[in-house]
Design a protein around this ligand. Structure first.
Ligand code: HEC
Length: 191
């Protein structure tokens, strides 16, 4: 598989180092209580806590991989770990089961599922969404399926890893069928 360098489309859209709204608030009991309650919604809720609403400031993320690189360096390797973890080899000497054998091997399968799940979020980031079509839903479907992939790996359910692994594969090909038809060849199938 060749990885061609491609210009990143997203770089210009973000302002790394832009002031974070949390840095603009004076400390105080009310503010602190608000901060504790707000949790992850901090940025959204700060104006409600009585401060001056900061200008909408983009989260200063910097996408490093373009979509092709994200596929080739993050999503595909993790998927291979997941798909290769469980299977059967049938040959002249009979059938050999492939299963994770140690806690570390199960952990690697679980970790791979986390990478797939979070990759769905990476695909939904500004700069990676190509159009207003089904992309978002497809990325979300992959994440939701991968959340189940995590669960069966944590339960050390080998048949579950096999079955949910196939479902993950369908979420890959669904998006490729729409957005990357050139990738749909037999070599991309899980072993
Ligand atoms: C939301 C859409 C989407 C999903 C979901 C998705 N892909 Fe992709 N994938 C793409 C697009 C678009 C490309 C073509 C990128 C390019 O060449 O610019 C691609 C390309 C690829 C490639 C070829 C990369 C190369 O080096 O040319 C591989 C491998 C791949 N995807 C693996 C996967 C796997 C494995 C999954 C599921 C676990 C997956 N993809 C899920 C959109 C998606």
């Amino acid at each position: 598989m060749t990885i061609l360098p491609r210009p990143t489309r997203a770089g210009a859209a973000h302002t790394p180092g832009a002031a974070r709204p949390s840095g603009t608030r004076p400390p105080g009991r009310t503010a602190l209580r608000c901060v504790r309650r707000a949790g992850l919604l901090l940025v959204l809720l700060l104006p409600a806590c009585g401060g001056t609403a900061p200008e909408a400031s983009p989260v200063p993320f910097t996408p490093v991989a373009d979509t092709q690189q994200l596929m080739a360096t993050i999503l595909e390797p993790a998927s291979e770990v997941y798909w290769d973890a469980v299977g059967w080899i049938v040959d002249a000497s009979g059938t050999t089961e492939i299963r994770p054998g140690t806690p570390e091997e199960w952990e690697a399968v679980r970790n791979a599922a986390f990478v797939i799940a979070e990759s769905g979020n990476l695909l939904m980031m500004e700069g990676r969404v190509p159009d207003g079509g089904p992309w978002m839903g497809m990325a979300q479907a992959m994440t939701e399926t991968a959340v189940r992939a995590i669960a069966v790996a944590e339960a050390r359910d080998a048949q579950g890893v096999f079955d949910v692994g196939a479902e993950v594969y369908f979420t890959c090909t669904a998006c490729h069928a729409t957005y990357a038809i050139q990738t749909l060849n037999p070599a991309d199938r899980p072993d």
